[in-house]
Design a protein around this ligand. Structure first.
Ligand SMILES: [Zn+2]
Length: 138
């Protein structure tokens, strides 16, 4: 293991900043103020752009649990922005599957079924679309 200085990521611009910083030297964001004054769903959506996939995954899972249809677009963009990450693409589909059925959701699933480069993600998106087109009878 090489020597590595401790740092944290700025919650706004994601610059690597000292662990004890309270204000980001890069963008000037006050980290406490950001955490305190930014609504949780907005922070989750912003975290979809985080450089660490673990942090993105945490946000993806939390957004799935919230099942807010207004976050469908951000999740879909995240899958296509990180198209090399199959696990992340599948987790995003899992979160989208929690969302209520809206035309936006159908469009998002169609987009992933057509545009995502990973076969596994395209197949899963198609399966979700088919399941929603033909819901199992009770
Ligand atoms: Zn910053």
């Amino acid at each position: 293991m090489g020597e590595r200085s401790a740092f944290q990521y700025c919650t706004w611009c994601f610059a690597e900043i000292p662990l004890d910083a309270t204000v980001c030297p890069d963008c000037g964001t006050n980290l406490d103020d950001y955490a305190r004054h930014t609504p949780y769903p907005d922070r989750l959506i912003h975290a979809l752009h985080h450089p660490l996939s673990e942090t993105r995954m945490g946000a993806i899972i939390a957004l799935g649990k919230r099942a807010d249809p207004l976050t469908i677009g951000a999740l879909t963009d995240c899958a296509l922005d990180n198209r090399g990450d199959v696990i992340e693409g599948l987790e995003i589909l899992h979160s989208l599957a929690q969302m209520p059925q809206t035309p936006t959701l159908v469009k998002a699933l169609q987009r992933l079924a057509q545009e995502h480069p990973a076969h596994a993600v395209r197949v899963r998106a198609s399966d979700l679309l088919a399941a929603r087109a033909n819901p199992p009878s009770p």
